[in-house]
Write a protein that binds this ligand. Structure first.
Ligand code: SD4
Length: 317
């Protein structure tokens, strides 16, 4: 079969060969790094990521450094130390990374380690695997020199104890503030990191979308990258970040791709989801997009020497 005929035969649904982006035709920006992060603590993360880029770091180094900044921040109650624990008072962390070669590393249900994003990177670089969970992930971290610490701070313990009195189910958008950092470095290469303590007071053992490659984060160095924040269960069911990148491959702008991925969720919930999901997307040509389901969402963009916070309203607001 000739190549043209093959394309005709396989042109089903919305994926027509005409609309597929030809990676080789994308204009790759050189010496114009972009850092895009979720939520307002993304501003500080962007500063760290930019610092890493200035010091010669590549996109992966910068994304890791950005994510580490949020993990270290004790005031941030949804990432790393100071993150809200599960219903039993254990802080369990999920994180993943992807680099420009399509390599991926991930940890889930990791306890007592301050920088899960760095453990995820170690999994990617030093093992044959993509994902380590729980006790195995902790042992791997310790054997690689990561120190064990108590991640439950005085403040997060106090808040958990207060919650224990009512055990009120937290509505997901109350505490869901994962950080994802998407970076394009000066060569134009893409990488990303995503890290969270997940849903506050979650069921013991619960893991969200953040460490799942394709859900919380996806990077395809030919097309673009995307990351999610919000109710992980719903992101997983639609393979959200992978979907956003594939929609960009099909010719959608980063914003259209984020919106279309959310429309699938809206449809699944008969037009009325009662939770939040936010996506950020960075296309290989340096353009970015973002969209959220409801209420509002903030992302931090560092580009052309400016680091700014942007607030957007939900598709259903
Ligand atoms: C999760 N997606 O564990 C994460 C939490 C989150 O904004 O994104 N918060 O479901």
């Amino acid at each position: 079969m000739k190549r043209r005929d093959f394309f005709k035969a396989s042109a089903i649904g919305v994926i027509t060969p005409k609309s597929l982006i030809e990676a080789s035709k994308i204009k790759i920006p050189k010496n114009k790094p972009v850092v895009l992060s979720t939520w307002n603590f993304g501003l500080k993360a962007n500063v760290e990521a930019e610092k890493s880029l200035r010091n010669g770091g590549n996109a992966m180094d910068a994304a890791e450094k950005g994510a580490m900044n949020a993990e270290s921040d004790e005031e941030n109650n949804s990432v790393g130390i100071g993150g809200a624990p599960d219903e039993k008072g254990n802080v369990t962390l999920d994180a993943c990374v992807m680099d420009s070669s399509g390599n991926a590393g991930s940890v889930a249900f990791l306890q007592n380690i301050k920088h899960p994003v760095s453990v995820a990177r170690k999994v990617m670089e030093d093992t044959k695997h993509v994902m380590l969970v729980g006790e195995g992930a902790r042992e791997f971290a310790v054997s690689n020199g990561f120190k064990e610490i108590d991640l439950l701070t005085k403040k997060s313990k106090k808040e958990w104890k207060k919650w224990l009195k009512t055990k009120r189910e937290m509505t997901p958008h109350e505490t869901h503030d994962t950080i994802s950092v998407l970076v394009q470095d000066k060569k134009g290469d893409l990488a990303g990191a995503c890290t969270t303590s997940g849903w506050a007071y979650k069921m013991h053992g619960r893991v969200g979308d953040s460490p799942i490659i394709g859900s919380g984060l996806f990077v395809d160095n030919e097309i673009g990258s995307a990351a999610a924040t919000g109710l992980g269960e719903e992101v997983i069911k639609t393979n959200g970040s992978f979907l956003v990148v594939e929609l960009m491959r099909q010719g959608r702008s980063p914003m259209e791709a984020c919106e279309e991925a959310l429309k699938r969720v809206i449809k699944r919930h008969n037009g009325n989801p009662d939770f939040q999901i936010g996506y950020i997307a960075l296309r290989k040509d340096g353009t970015i997009g973002s969209a959220c389901l409801k209420w509002s969402f903030e992302y931090a963009l560092s580009k052309n020497g400016e680091n700014k916070l942007y607030k957007i309203n939900g598709l259903l607001s």
